[in-house]
Ligand binder design. Structure first.
Ligand code: NAP
Length: 256
């Protein structure tokens, strides 16, 4: 049993859909005050009204510094400070390098990696004021561990988040703040559904636990990193993938 996070002030970027919504649901269920942030106001409004608990929303583009700073400051004002930043928002368009316009590379790096830096930077003054804090990044197995055609930019951004995290862990220690990352495998989300049923079926078949992950599987890992009990863990990452990265070959899967 983890010490309660009831009343803690939490931001979840990308909380209108998918994994972010799962993280927000888990934290709100535990009694935290949660702000979900994304660009689309309609989806934010729907999610904030559907998730049970104390949930508000802020429209924000995580790749834009002014937008992130305004969202973080306004959340801290509304929720009486900031305890936990879940930098989760991300995008994964699939384009092979030969067809990729360089602007798409920049866009993905900006949404997935620059955003991690911006969210942490904006949160620092609030953690300093509180004398403590927690950051949880949503990285991926794609990039740090695996590869997939069409995701060179995505993989670079997700591995980049882990590189960023190592130095951030050192700089944040001065504010008694930890930063850790969850590395999801294939989690059933709106974003993943866009990749088509064939992709979903093939992926489920390649996972030892024989199912795609649920968004709350990631929320539970984020909750652990945000807990008092995880206070001596920083700069680390955990894979949550149903065993997907373990099989050495297709044959190994057939042996199960
Ligand atoms: P999703 O269902 O497509 O949801 C993405 C969320 O991020 C939405 O709320 C979206 O809202 C928001 N977002 C995207 N660009 C944004 C921007 N520039 N500013 C603010 N918000 C933005 O995606 P997901 O599958 O839940 O993925 C969430 C995170 O998990 C990503 O970092 C992804 O890389 C990671 N991940 C996912 C999987 C998976 O299997 N699903 C696996 C590994 C890692 P708006 O579009 O309205 O802004």
């Amino acid at each position: 049993m983890l010490t309660s996070i009831k009343g803690k002030s939490v931001i979840v970027t990308g909380g209108s859909k998918g994994i972010g919504r799962g993280i927000a649901t888990v934290f709100a269920r535990q009694g935290a005050k949660v702000t979900i942030a994304a660009r689309g106001e309609d989806e934010l409004k729907t999610a904030a009204s559907e998730i049970e608990g104390d949930v508000r929303y802020e429209v924000c583009d995580v790749s834009d510094w002014d937008s992130v700073k305004a969202m973080v400051d306004s959340t801290a004002a509304a929720q009486g400070g900031l305890d936990i930043m879940c930098a989760n928002a991300g995008a994964f368009p699939q384009t092979k390098m030969v067809d990729m316009d360089p602007s798409e590379w920049d866009q993905v790096l900006s949404t997935n990696l620059r955003s991690s830096f911006l969210c942490v930077k904006a949160a620092i003054p609030h953690f300093e004021k509180a004398g403590k804090g927690r950051v949880v990044l949503t990285s991926s197995i794609t990039g740090p561990i695996t590869g997939f055609p069409g995701w060179s930019h995505y993989g670079a951004s997700k591995a980049g988040q882990l590189g960023f995290m190592k130095t951030a862990a050192m700089e944040l220690s001065r504010y008694n703040t930890t930063i850790n990352a969850v590395m999801p495998g294939n989690i059933y989300t709106e974003g993943l559904q866009d990749l088509g049923q064939d992709y979903l079926d093939t992926m489920a078949a390649s996972i030892p636990l024989k199912r795609l992950g649920d968004v709350e599987d990631i929320g539970n890992a984020a909750l652990f990193f945000a807990s008092d009990e995880a206070g001596y863990i920083t700069g680390q990452q955990v894979v949550v993938d149903g065993g997907q990265i373990i099989p050495e070959s297709l044959e190994a899967m057939e042996e199960i």
